[in-house]
Design a protein around this ligand. Structure first.
Ligand SMILES: [Zn+2]
Length: 438
Protein backbone atom coordinates (compact mmCIF):
# COMPACT_ATOMS: atom_id res chain seq x y z
CA UNK A 1 0.00 0.00 0.00
CA UNK A 2 1.42 3.35 -1.08
CA UNK A 3 1.55 6.00 1.68
CA UNK A 4 1.96 9.64 0.64
CA UNK A 5 4.90 11.36 2.32
CA UNK A 6 4.04 14.26 4.65
CA UNK A 7 5.82 17.53 3.68
CA UNK A 8 5.66 21.16 4.77
CA UNK A 9 4.53 22.84 1.55
CA UNK A 10 3.35 22.06 -1.96
CA UNK A 11 2.93 24.84 -4.55
CA UNK A 12 0.88 24.04 -7.66
CA UNK A 13 1.59 26.45 -10.49
CA UNK A 14 0.26 26.91 -14.00
CA UNK A 15 3.81 27.56 -15.20
CA UNK A 16 7.17 26.82 -13.61
CA UNK A 17 10.35 28.23 -15.15
CA UNK A 18 13.12 26.29 -13.38
CA UNK A 19 16.02 27.90 -15.37
CA UNK A 20 17.81 24.52 -15.16
CA UNK A 21 16.75 22.99 -17.52
CA UNK A 22 15.70 25.88 -19.77
CA UNK A 23 12.06 26.18 -20.79
CA UNK A 24 8.65 26.19 -19.12
CA UNK A 25 6.82 23.39 -17.29
CA UNK A 26 3.01 23.47 -17.39
CA UNK A 27 0.77 22.28 -14.50
CA UNK A 28 3.62 21.16 -12.30
CA UNK A 29 4.02 21.27 -8.52
CA UNK A 30 6.90 22.09 -6.27
CA UNK A 31 7.41 20.11 -3.06
CA UNK A 32 9.21 21.87 -0.21
CA UNK A 33 10.29 20.51 3.14
CA UNK A 34 12.71 21.82 5.73
CA UNK A 35 13.30 24.94 3.61
CA UNK A 36 14.50 23.03 0.55
CA UNK A 37 13.00 21.87 -2.71
CA UNK A 38 12.56 18.11 -2.61
CA UNK A 39 10.60 17.46 -5.81
CA UNK A 40 9.33 19.10 -8.98
CA UNK A 41 6.89 17.02 -11.05
CA UNK A 42 3.47 17.08 -12.76
CA UNK A 43 0.74 17.99 -10.25
CA UNK A 44 -1.07 14.65 -10.67
CA UNK A 45 1.96 12.62 -9.58
CA UNK A 46 2.76 14.99 -6.68
CA UNK A 47 -0.79 14.48 -5.37
CA UNK A 48 -0.19 10.73 -5.32
CA UNK A 49 3.19 10.88 -3.58
CA UNK A 50 2.95 13.73 -1.04
CA UNK A 51 0.56 15.16 1.52
CA UNK A 52 1.22 18.81 2.34
CA UNK A 53 0.79 20.67 5.61
CA UNK A 54 0.19 23.78 3.48
CA UNK A 55 -0.85 23.69 -0.15
CA UNK A 56 -0.84 26.81 -2.32
CA UNK A 57 -2.57 26.94 -5.71
CA UNK A 58 -1.28 29.41 -8.31
CA UNK A 59 -3.63 28.72 -11.24
CA UNK A 60 -2.72 31.82 -13.28
CA UNK A 61 0.90 32.30 -12.17
CA UNK A 62 4.44 31.59 -13.25
CA UNK A 63 6.85 30.41 -10.57
CA UNK A 64 10.49 31.39 -11.04
CA UNK A 65 13.60 31.15 -8.83
CA UNK A 66 14.14 34.16 -6.58
CA UNK A 67 15.89 36.99 -8.41
CA UNK A 68 19.47 37.78 -7.35
CA UNK A 69 20.39 41.47 -7.24
CA UNK A 70 24.11 40.96 -7.78
CA UNK A 71 25.14 44.54 -6.96
CA UNK A 72 23.55 47.15 -4.76
CA UNK A 73 24.23 49.67 -2.03
CA UNK A 74 20.96 49.01 -0.24
CA UNK A 75 21.02 51.83 2.31
CA UNK A 76 21.45 54.43 -0.44
CA UNK A 77 17.73 54.00 -1.10
CA UNK A 78 17.34 56.86 1.39
CA UNK A 79 19.00 59.09 -1.25
CA UNK A 80 16.67 57.96 -4.03
CA UNK A 81 16.04 60.87 -6.38
CA UNK A 82 18.13 63.33 -4.36
CA UNK A 83 20.25 64.45 -7.34
CA UNK A 84 18.96 63.28 -10.70
CA UNK A 85 20.19 64.28 -14.16
CA UNK A 86 23.64 65.22 -12.85
CA UNK A 87 26.91 63.83 -14.36
CA UNK A 88 28.85 61.28 -12.29
CA UNK A 89 31.63 63.55 -10.95
CA UNK A 90 29.42 66.37 -9.57
CA UNK A 91 26.80 63.77 -8.60
CA UNK A 92 29.34 62.12 -6.31
CA UNK A 93 31.34 65.17 -5.21
CA UNK A 94 28.56 67.75 -4.74
CA UNK A 95 25.58 65.59 -3.76
CA UNK A 96 26.28 62.03 -2.59
CA UNK A 97 29.61 62.16 -0.73
CA UNK A 98 28.82 65.32 1.32
CA UNK A 99 25.50 63.84 2.47
CA UNK A 100 27.15 60.50 3.25
CA UNK A 101 29.75 62.36 5.31
CA UNK A 102 27.05 64.14 7.33
CA UNK A 103 24.40 61.45 7.70
CA UNK A 104 25.66 57.90 7.22
CA UNK A 105 25.57 56.08 10.55
CA UNK A 106 24.51 52.64 11.82
CA UNK A 107 20.98 54.03 12.15
CA UNK A 108 20.98 55.27 8.52
CA UNK A 109 22.22 51.90 7.25
CA UNK A 110 19.77 49.91 9.39
CA UNK A 111 16.77 51.97 8.20
CA UNK A 112 17.93 52.19 4.59
CA UNK A 113 18.74 48.50 4.26
CA UNK A 114 15.42 47.40 5.75
CA UNK A 115 13.64 49.78 3.37
CA UNK A 116 15.59 48.38 0.41
CA UNK A 117 14.85 44.82 1.54
CA UNK A 118 11.13 45.64 1.62
CA UNK A 119 11.26 47.02 -1.91
CA UNK A 120 13.37 44.14 -3.21
CA UNK A 121 11.22 41.39 -1.63
CA UNK A 122 8.01 42.85 -3.07
CA UNK A 123 9.71 42.85 -6.47
CA UNK A 124 10.77 39.19 -6.31
CA UNK A 125 14.41 39.72 -5.28
CA UNK A 126 15.31 37.12 -2.67
CA UNK A 127 19.09 37.64 -2.50
CA UNK A 128 21.24 40.78 -2.69
CA UNK A 129 24.96 41.40 -3.03
CA UNK A 130 25.43 44.50 -0.91
CA UNK A 131 28.33 46.92 -0.50
CA UNK A 132 28.10 49.80 1.97
CA UNK A 133 29.34 51.24 5.24
CA UNK A 134 28.35 49.62 8.58
CA UNK A 135 27.90 46.08 7.21
CA UNK A 136 26.87 44.93 10.69
CA UNK A 137 23.81 47.22 10.56
CA UNK A 138 23.02 45.98 7.03
CA UNK A 139 23.37 42.34 8.13
CA UNK A 140 20.98 42.93 10.99
CA UNK A 141 18.38 44.42 8.62
CA UNK A 142 18.65 41.57 6.08
CA UNK A 143 18.33 39.06 8.91
CA UNK A 144 15.19 40.80 10.21
CA UNK A 145 13.74 40.81 6.67
CA UNK A 146 14.45 37.08 6.24
CA UNK A 147 16.33 37.89 3.04
CA UNK A 148 19.44 36.19 1.72
CA UNK A 149 22.48 38.46 1.27
CA UNK A 150 26.18 38.53 0.55
CA UNK A 151 27.34 41.42 2.71
CA UNK A 152 30.36 43.34 1.46
CA UNK A 153 33.01 44.35 3.98
CA UNK A 154 33.87 47.75 2.47
CA UNK A 155 37.48 48.89 2.02
CA UNK A 156 38.71 52.34 0.97
CA UNK A 157 42.12 53.96 1.20
CA UNK A 158 40.72 57.21 2.56
CA UNK A 159 38.99 58.03 5.83
CA UNK A 160 35.23 58.30 6.26
CA UNK A 161 33.12 58.56 9.43
CA UNK A 162 33.00 54.73 9.32
CA UNK A 163 36.75 54.03 9.34
CA UNK A 164 40.08 55.88 9.28
CA UNK A 165 42.23 53.64 7.06
CA UNK A 166 42.20 50.33 5.20
CA UNK A 167 43.21 48.28 8.24
CA UNK A 168 40.34 49.72 10.28
CA UNK A 169 37.87 49.04 7.44
CA UNK A 170 39.08 45.43 7.29
CA UNK A 171 38.97 44.97 11.07
CA UNK A 172 35.43 46.34 11.28
CA UNK A 173 34.32 44.16 8.37
CA UNK A 174 35.73 41.02 9.95
CA UNK A 175 34.06 41.89 13.28
CA UNK A 176 30.70 42.10 11.47
CA UNK A 177 31.38 38.77 9.75
CA UNK A 178 32.16 37.15 13.11
CA UNK A 179 29.01 38.56 14.67
CA UNK A 180 26.80 37.02 11.98
CA UNK A 181 28.69 33.78 11.28
CA UNK A 182 25.72 31.67 12.45
CA UNK A 183 23.14 33.56 10.38
CA UNK A 184 21.93 30.97 7.85
CA UNK A 185 20.94 33.36 5.05
CA UNK A 186 24.00 35.66 5.26
CA UNK A 187 27.53 35.38 3.92
CA UNK A 188 30.30 37.96 3.65
CA UNK A 189 32.61 39.17 0.88
CA UNK A 190 35.58 41.53 0.74
CA UNK A 191 34.36 44.70 -0.95
CA UNK A 192 37.19 47.05 -1.97
CA UNK A 193 35.32 49.97 -3.52
CA UNK A 194 37.25 50.19 -6.82
CA UNK A 195 40.75 50.00 -8.30
CA UNK A 196 41.03 53.82 -8.26
CA UNK A 197 40.11 54.20 -4.55
CA UNK A 198 42.27 51.33 -3.24
CA UNK A 199 46.08 51.24 -3.63
CA UNK A 200 48.20 48.21 -4.59
CA UNK A 201 49.37 47.57 -1.04
CA UNK A 202 45.79 47.33 0.22
CA UNK A 203 44.75 45.17 -2.75
CA UNK A 204 47.56 42.74 -1.82
CA UNK A 205 46.17 42.44 1.72
CA UNK A 206 42.67 41.89 0.36
CA UNK A 207 43.92 39.15 -1.99
CA UNK A 208 45.73 37.48 0.92
CA UNK A 209 42.57 37.49 3.08
CA UNK A 210 40.42 36.30 0.17
CA UNK A 211 42.68 33.29 -0.34
CA UNK A 212 43.12 32.49 3.36
CA UNK A 213 39.43 32.73 4.20
CA UNK A 214 37.97 31.66 0.83
CA UNK A 215 36.02 34.92 0.43
CA UNK A 216 34.68 36.51 -2.76
CA UNK A 217 36.03 39.91 -3.86
CA UNK A 218 33.26 42.34 -4.86
CA UNK A 219 34.42 45.56 -6.53
CA UNK A 220 33.45 48.18 -9.10
CA UNK A 221 35.65 48.03 -12.20
CA UNK A 222 36.01 49.97 -15.48
CA UNK A 223 32.80 51.89 -14.89
CA UNK A 224 33.74 55.07 -16.75
CA UNK A 225 36.06 56.03 -19.58
CA UNK A 226 37.76 58.56 -17.25
CA UNK A 227 38.59 55.82 -14.75
CA UNK A 228 40.24 53.68 -17.43
CA UNK A 229 42.06 56.64 -19.07
CA UNK A 230 43.42 57.80 -15.69
CA UNK A 231 44.56 54.26 -14.81
CA UNK A 232 46.38 53.91 -18.15
CA UNK A 233 48.01 57.34 -17.69
CA UNK A 234 49.17 56.46 -14.16
CA UNK A 235 50.54 52.95 -14.65
CA UNK A 236 50.10 52.00 -18.30
CA UNK A 237 47.71 49.25 -17.22
CA UNK A 238 43.95 48.95 -17.49
CA UNK A 239 42.11 48.42 -14.17
CA UNK A 240 41.39 44.77 -15.08
CA UNK A 241 45.03 43.99 -15.96
CA UNK A 242 46.22 45.74 -12.80
CA UNK A 243 43.94 43.67 -10.56
CA UNK A 244 45.01 40.55 -12.45
CA UNK A 245 48.68 41.38 -11.77
CA UNK A 246 47.81 41.84 -8.08
CA UNK A 247 46.19 38.39 -7.98
CA UNK A 248 42.62 39.58 -7.40
CA UNK A 249 41.02 37.92 -10.42
CA UNK A 250 39.59 34.39 -10.33
CA UNK A 251 36.28 32.50 -10.02
CA UNK A 252 35.47 34.36 -6.76
CA UNK A 253 35.99 37.79 -8.36
CA UNK A 254 32.77 39.83 -8.81
CA UNK A 255 33.53 42.79 -11.10
CA UNK A 256 30.74 45.34 -11.28
CA UNK A 257 29.98 47.44 -14.40
CA UNK A 258 32.88 46.40 -16.71
CA UNK A 259 31.74 49.00 -19.23
CA UNK A 260 35.05 50.14 -20.75
CA UNK A 261 36.99 47.01 -21.68
CA UNK A 262 39.61 46.26 -24.33
CA UNK A 263 40.08 42.79 -25.86
CA UNK A 264 42.93 41.89 -23.40
CA UNK A 265 40.61 42.77 -20.46
CA UNK A 266 37.89 40.47 -21.79
CA UNK A 267 40.44 37.72 -22.41
CA UNK A 268 41.72 38.04 -18.82
CA UNK A 269 38.22 38.01 -17.31
CA UNK A 270 37.44 34.87 -19.34
CA UNK A 271 40.70 33.03 -18.62
CA UNK A 272 40.41 33.76 -14.88
CA UNK A 273 36.71 32.73 -14.86
CA UNK A 274 35.69 36.07 -13.32
CA UNK A 275 32.08 37.15 -12.86
CA UNK A 276 30.74 40.42 -14.26
CA UNK A 277 27.71 42.24 -12.86
CA UNK A 278 25.89 44.28 -15.48
CA UNK A 279 23.99 47.32 -14.12
CA UNK A 280 22.42 48.75 -17.30
CA UNK A 281 20.11 51.34 -15.72
CA UNK A 282 22.83 52.83 -13.51
CA UNK A 283 25.22 52.92 -16.48
CA UNK A 284 22.58 54.70 -18.57
CA UNK A 285 21.49 57.14 -15.86
CA UNK A 286 25.06 58.24 -15.06
CA UNK A 287 25.92 58.16 -18.80
CA UNK A 288 28.81 55.77 -18.13
CA UNK A 289 28.40 53.80 -21.36
CA UNK A 290 27.23 50.38 -22.55
CA UNK A 291 28.91 47.26 -21.17
CA UNK A 292 29.79 44.72 -23.91
CA UNK A 293 27.55 42.09 -22.33
CA UNK A 294 26.93 40.03 -25.45
CA UNK A 295 30.69 39.79 -26.09
CA UNK A 296 31.35 38.81 -22.47
CA UNK A 297 28.67 36.11 -22.53
CA UNK A 298 29.91 34.84 -25.91
CA UNK A 299 33.38 34.45 -24.40
CA UNK A 300 31.87 32.28 -21.63
CA UNK A 301 32.08 34.87 -18.85
CA UNK A 302 29.33 34.56 -16.24
CA UNK A 303 27.19 37.71 -16.32
CA UNK A 304 24.81 38.65 -13.49
CA UNK A 305 22.48 41.65 -13.17
CA UNK A 306 22.44 44.39 -10.53
CA UNK A 307 20.49 47.52 -9.79
CA UNK A 308 23.37 49.40 -8.16
CA UNK A 309 22.18 51.79 -5.44
CA UNK A 310 18.77 53.42 -5.74
CA UNK A 311 20.45 56.84 -5.90
CA UNK A 312 21.72 55.99 -9.40
CA UNK A 313 18.77 54.00 -10.76
CA UNK A 314 16.27 54.93 -9.03
CA UNK A 315 14.55 51.55 -8.54
CA UNK A 316 15.68 48.33 -6.93
CA UNK A 317 13.79 46.45 -9.62
CA UNK A 318 15.31 43.52 -11.47
CA UNK A 319 12.32 43.20 -13.81
CA UNK A 320 13.11 46.62 -15.29
CA UNK A 321 16.83 45.76 -15.21
CA UNK A 322 16.20 42.55 -17.19
CA UNK A 323 14.10 44.27 -19.81
CA UNK A 324 16.52 47.15 -20.26
CA UNK A 325 19.53 44.79 -20.38
CA UNK A 326 17.92 42.94 -23.27
CA UNK A 327 16.84 46.08 -25.15
CA UNK A 328 20.16 47.87 -24.63
CA UNK A 329 22.17 44.88 -25.89
CA UNK A 330 19.96 44.63 -28.97
CA UNK A 331 20.40 48.29 -29.88
CA UNK A 332 24.13 48.20 -29.09
CA UNK A 333 24.75 45.23 -31.38
CA UNK A 334 22.07 46.20 -33.93
CA UNK A 335 20.83 42.60 -33.66
CA UNK A 336 17.33 41.83 -32.34
CA UNK A 337 18.47 38.29 -31.51
CA UNK A 338 21.00 39.49 -28.90
CA UNK A 339 20.24 38.58 -25.26
CA UNK A 340 16.93 36.77 -25.69
CA UNK A 341 14.52 36.53 -22.74
CA UNK A 342 15.75 33.13 -21.55
CA UNK A 343 19.37 34.33 -21.42
CA UNK A 344 18.53 37.46 -19.42
CA UNK A 345 16.26 35.60 -16.98
CA UNK A 346 19.13 33.20 -16.41
CA UNK A 347 21.50 36.13 -15.69
CA UNK A 348 19.07 37.50 -13.08
CA UNK A 349 18.79 34.14 -11.30
CA UNK A 350 21.45 31.48 -11.86
CA UNK A 351 23.99 34.01 -13.16
CA UNK A 352 23.67 35.93 -9.90
CA UNK A 353 23.94 32.75 -7.85
CA UNK A 354 27.13 31.74 -9.71
CA UNK A 355 28.63 35.22 -9.22
CA UNK A 356 28.00 35.02 -5.47
CA UNK A 357 29.34 31.44 -5.23
CA UNK A 358 25.88 30.18 -4.26
CA UNK A 359 24.98 28.15 -7.37
CA UNK A 360 24.69 24.91 -5.40
CA UNK A 361 22.20 26.57 -3.02
CA UNK A 362 20.03 28.95 -5.09
CA UNK A 363 19.50 30.29 -8.63
CA UNK A 364 17.25 27.59 -10.08
CA UNK A 365 14.23 25.50 -9.08
CA UNK A 366 15.93 22.18 -8.56
CA UNK A 367 15.64 19.47 -5.91
CA UNK A 368 18.20 20.03 -3.15
CA UNK A 369 18.31 23.82 -3.47
CA UNK A 370 16.80 26.30 -1.03
CA UNK A 371 13.12 27.00 -1.73
CA UNK A 372 13.61 30.62 -2.85
CA UNK A 373 10.77 31.10 -5.35
CA UNK A 374 8.64 33.92 -6.72
CA UNK A 375 5.06 33.81 -8.05
CA UNK A 376 4.06 36.21 -10.83
CA UNK A 377 0.38 36.57 -11.74
CA UNK A 378 -0.02 36.54 -15.52
CA UNK A 379 -3.82 36.83 -15.75
CA UNK A 380 -4.37 40.59 -16.09
CA UNK A 381 -5.37 42.52 -19.18
CA UNK A 382 -2.02 44.29 -19.02
CA UNK A 383 -0.38 40.91 -19.65
CA UNK A 384 -2.75 38.92 -21.86
CA UNK A 385 -2.63 37.33 -24.33
CA UNK A 386 0.46 35.26 -23.62
CA UNK A 387 2.08 32.94 -26.13
CA UNK A 388 5.43 32.43 -24.36
CA UNK A 389 5.69 32.80 -20.54
CA UNK A 390 9.49 33.29 -20.54
CA UNK A 391 9.31 36.08 -23.09
CA UNK A 392 6.43 37.62 -21.12
CA UNK A 393 8.40 37.58 -17.86
CA UNK A 394 10.98 39.76 -19.57
CA UNK A 395 9.10 41.97 -21.99
CA UNK A 396 5.65 42.34 -20.41
CA UNK A 397 5.54 41.49 -16.71
CA UNK A 398 6.95 43.77 -14.05
CA UNK A 399 7.40 43.70 -10.32
CA UNK A 400 3.77 44.81 -9.97
CA UNK A 401 2.73 41.28 -11.01
CA UNK A 402 4.72 39.64 -8.18
CA UNK A 403 2.21 38.27 -5.67
CA UNK A 404 4.10 35.83 -3.42
CA UNK A 405 7.70 35.20 -2.45
CA UNK A 406 9.22 32.36 -0.45
CA UNK A 407 12.77 32.26 0.93
CA UNK A 408 13.91 28.94 2.33
CA UNK A 409 10.26 27.87 2.22
CA UNK A 410 9.19 30.86 4.35
CA UNK A 411 6.48 33.01 2.77
CA UNK A 412 7.97 36.52 3.06
CA UNK A 413 5.47 38.09 0.64
CA UNK A 414 1.89 36.81 0.92
CA UNK A 415 -0.64 38.18 -1.58
CA UNK A 416 1.57 41.28 -2.09
CA UNK A 417 1.97 41.91 1.66
CA UNK A 418 5.29 41.64 3.48
CA UNK A 419 5.18 39.19 6.38
CA UNK A 420 8.56 40.05 7.93
CA UNK A 421 8.59 43.86 7.64
CA UNK A 422 6.17 46.53 8.88
CA UNK A 423 5.79 48.49 5.66
CA UNK A 424 4.14 51.56 7.22
CA UNK A 425 6.96 51.84 9.80
CA UNK A 426 9.53 51.67 6.98
CA UNK A 427 7.68 54.41 5.08
CA UNK A 428 7.55 56.62 8.19
CA UNK A 429 11.32 56.25 8.68
CA UNK A 430 11.90 57.18 5.01
CA UNK A 431 9.89 60.39 5.46
CA UNK A 432 11.89 61.26 8.58
CA UNK A 433 15.20 60.72 6.75
CA UNK A 434 13.94 62.84 3.84
CA UNK A 435 13.49 65.76 6.25
CA UNK A 436 17.05 65.36 7.53
CA UNK A 437 18.74 64.85 4.16
CA UNK A 438 17.06 67.69 2.25
ZN1 LIG B 1 27.83 50.44 -7.17
Amino acid sequence: MHTPKPVALVIDARYIVPIEPAGTLVDHSLVIDDGRIIALAPTASIERDYVAQVRVALPTHALIPGLVNAHTHAAMVLMRGIADDVPLKPWLEDHIWPREGRHVSPEFVADGTLHAAAEMLKGGITCANDMYFYPDAAAHAYEAAGMRALIGMPVLDFPTPYASDADVYLAKGFAARDAFKHSPRLAFALAPHAPYTVADETWRKIVMYARQLDLPIHTHIAETKTEVDNARAASGESPVLRLDRLGATGPSFIGVHAVHLQPPDIETLATQQCNVVHCPVSNMKLASGIAPVAALAARGINVALGTDGAASNNRLDLFSEMRIASLLAKVATEDAGTLPASAVLRMATLGGAIALGLEREIGSIAPGKHADVVAIDLSGVDVLPMYDPVSHLLHVAGREQVTDVWIGGERVVDARRLTTIDESAVAARARAWQQRLQ
